[in-house]
Design a protein around this ligand. Structure first.
Ligand code: MBD
Ligand code: FE
Length: 255
């Protein structure tokens, strides 16, 4: 018997039951929903569907309890097997790919420099695909692990990601369309900042003025995550000051 599981599942079930009742859901609608959920699982979109509708709420809870940088949703395309990268992510180098320099610092909430920090960086190709998931793009492209320098700084060169349409040939995209919405995310770069003894920070940063920054289908944008339009030596610069906090003694409401 796990009390937390019982408490949460009971709460979920009664919330859903209330909607079934209030909206007077018919048996045929209920069957349609079951078939839909089976299709989601069959097509491997369970994580995507949940990320679209639910992850931002979990992240908001985390943000409320955190004193570090603003967290954001992880999305379905993180890989822990990304290679260590020194200076530049592997990208396809064709002429129309715009250069991006990502740089900044990692510090503790008290302003201190932290030992042994690694930053996972991952983002889409210039055509909105993720390596290791889409179109056979090798999984060491457009992603990597950076070691933060002893002075707390980091920098890495890559190419600009683009506004990203989540796969809309599948059930998740179909549902968004049926609801009169869209399946676009603003261009973004994902980060996971890890250090021993510190809470892992999972976040994303966006580009000022970019398409869909104010209308993300995943509801993942916070104003503090939008980087100003800065260009140096022909490259868009994303300058980020990450702040991470020591491991929290976990005081979850029901633990
Ligand atoms: C993504 O690239 C993403 O970051 C999220 C959150 C959901 C779907 C695709
Ligand atoms: Fe993404």
């Amino acid at each position: 018997m796990n009390k937390r599981v019982k408490d949460v599942v009971d709460a979920i079930v009664s919330a859903v039951q209330r909607v079934l009742d209030e909206r007077e859901i018919t048996e045929s609608e209920y069957r349609t929903a079951l078939h839909y959920l089976m299709k989601v699982a069959e097509q491997g979109e369970t994580a995507l569907l949940c990320d679209v509708f639910l992850n931002s709420t979990v992240v908001a809870t985390k943000a409320r309890l955190s004193s570090g940088s603003t967290p954001a949703i992880e999305g379905p395309y993180y890989r822990d097997d990304a290679p260590l990268v020194v200076d530049r992510l592997k990208t396809y180098d064709t002429d129309d790919h715009k250069p991006l320099l990502i740089r900044g610092t990692v510090k503790g909430v008290d302003g201190s420099v932290i030992d042994d920090v690694t930053i996972d960086v991952w983002h889409s190709t210039p055509d909105g695909k993720y390596s290791g998931f889409h179109d056979g793009i090798p999984s060491d492209f457009y992603r990597g692990k950076l070691r933060v320098r002893p002075d707390g700084s980091f920098r890495v060169h890559t190419t600009m990601p683009v506004a990203y349409q989540i796969p809309n040939d599948g059930p998740t995209g179909a549902l968004l369309e049926t609801m009169g919405g869209h399946s676009w995310r603003p261009a973004h770069v994902h980060f996971k900042v890890k250090a021993p003894g510190y809470e892992t920070l999972t976040t994303q940063y966006y580009f000022e003025g970019g398409d869909w920054v104010t209308d993300d289908c995943c509801n993942g944008v916070e104003s503090s995550l939008i980087t100003p339009d800065m260009v140096e030596e022909g490259a868009r610069v994303m300058n980020i000051e990450f702040v991470i906090e020591p491991v929290l003694a976990h005081a979850g409401a029901n633990s």
